[in-house]
Design a protein around this ligand. Sequence first.
Ligand code: HGY
Ligand code: MN
Ligand code: MN
Length: 412
Amino acid sequence: MSLIVDRDRLFSEIDALASFSDAESPAVTRIVFTPTDLKARDWMKTRCAEAGLTVRQDAVGNIFARWNGSDPKAPVVGTGSHIDAIPNAGKFDGVVGVLGGLEAIRTLRQSGFRPRHSIELLIFTSEEPTRFGIGCLGSRLLTGALTPEAARKLRDKDDGTLDEVRRNAGCAGELDQVGLPQGYYKAFIELHIEQGPLLERQQTPLGIVTNIAAPASMRVMIEGSGGHAGGVLMPDRRDALCAAAELILAIENAARSSGAIDTVATVGICEVFPGAVNSIPSRVRLSVDVRDTNLERRDVVVRTIENEGDSIAERRQISIRSELLNADAPADCAPELVEALSQSCRKHELGFISMVSRAYHDSLFIARIAPVAMLFIPCRNGYSHRPDEYASPEDIARGVLVLAETLAALSQ
Ligand code: HGY
Ligand code: MN
Ligand code: MN
C-alpha cells in the first residue's frame, strides 16, 4: 500500500479554514456557534462529503464523517479533533487533527485500501472553554463526562443557554441522545500540534503521547467595597483588585512550589468591576486553570488556592468564593495504539519520542469509552494559542502519513 499525502492540498485547506475568523490574519478567532464557526463547519462538511464520506451531526454539534467499512457491525475506528479557536489563536490547533484526519482518509481511499471497520472523522464541538466556560463540551457529552442536565445549566456571557445557542446554530435533537456507548469505537487517534517546545528542541519529527494531563478550572469571586478613588483613605479601603493581586501571586507560587515541573497554574481572565480609573474595584472575577500529570498534586494546588483565598479574605475583611468548574482525571493512552503508531514511525524511519500531553484534548474524554492515542507534530518555538503558531507542511504530512497507516492497520 503506497500512501501519498497531498501536502499542498492539505496546507491550502488549512489556509482556507483559517479565513473563517473573527480576527485579523494571521490571528484566528473562531468561537463555537458564532456565524464564523457555522460557516467553517459548513465548509468542513462539504470537504468531507466531497471526499465521499457520510456526514452527520449530533444534538450538540459534534460532526461525524464516516467512511463505511465492509463490516457495518464492526466497532468504528475514529480520528479527529476540533476547529473552534480561542480569541487571537493560531490556525493549526485542532485543525491539524481535523484536516489531517481528512487527508489521511483521502490518502487511504486513493491508495485502494478498503477498511473492514468503518473509519470516522470527528469534529468535536467546543473543545475550547471560551464560550461556555468548560472545555471539551462535545466529547464530555459523548462520553458521559458531563450529563445533559449539567450541560443545560451552562450559559454564555450573553446569558444564552447551551440549548438556545445550539438550536439557533441548527443542532436539532436532544442532548440526551448524544452519548455513545462503550465499544462504539475500537480505537480513537488524534493528530495534534504539540503546543510545547520538546519535539523542536530535540529535533524529533513525531511525539507519541502516553498520557494526557489532568485539567481543572476554577472561578474565583472577590468582593470588597468600592468607592471614590480620591475620597476613601487607604486604611478604610476594601480593594478587591489588591486582594486579587495577592491571590494571583499565591496561585503562581502554589504551582511553582508543588515539587514537580508538571504542575502548572494560570489566571487567564481577570474581570474588574466597575472598571473606572477613579473608582476602587469592588468586585473581581478570576478564571483559573490548574493542571498536572498527577491528580493528587493537582488537587493539592486547588485546595491551596481555596485556603489562600480564605486567609486573604480574613486579613483584608472581604469575601472570596471559589467555584470548581471542572476537575478531570488524567488519561493513559492505550499501549496497543502507542505500539501501532510506533511501528509506523519505525517503518518509515521517522524519529519519535514518547511524551505527555500537557494540553488537554478531546481524547482525554474519549478515553472513557475507547482506547485512545495521540500523535504530536512539532510547532515552531512550541508556540500555540497565539497568532504565530506554526507547523510546517513537512511535519504535518509526516503526521498524516503515520496516522493514515495506523488507521489502516486498525481498520482492516
Ligand atoms: O487548553 C487546552 O489545553 C486546549 O488547548 N484547549
Ligand atoms: Mn487549544
Ligand atoms: Mn487543541
